[in-house]
Write a protein that binds this ligand. Structure first.
Ligand SMILES: [Zn+2]
Length: 74
């Protein structure tokens, strides 16, 4: 056993994030609600980045034009 690369006793389930024994899956079945929560947490950075991308895009010529059209049509 190498001390340089300690392996944790438990690993997160790739589908739902539940803590599973690293030695082997003891008949784990993903909980649907938990799996959805886990996916949402995974997606969160992308959702936050979208706001930033939009703010950046609004300062580009294309974005300024779209904003101009949107305000004119209001
Ligand atoms: Zn799972």
């Amino acid at each position: 056993m190498s001390l340089a690369f300690p392996s944790p006793d438990h690993l997160p389930c790739p589908d739902c994030g539940a803590s599973l024994p690293a030695a082997g899956d003891a008949g784990h079945v993903c909980d649907d609600e938990r799996r959805i929560d886990y996916r949402l947490v995974e997606l969160q950075p992308g959702i936050e980045r979208f706001d930033l991308d939009l703010a950046v895009w609004l300062e580009t010529p294309g974005g300024r034009f779209a904003r101009f059209i949107a305000e004119r049509d209001r």
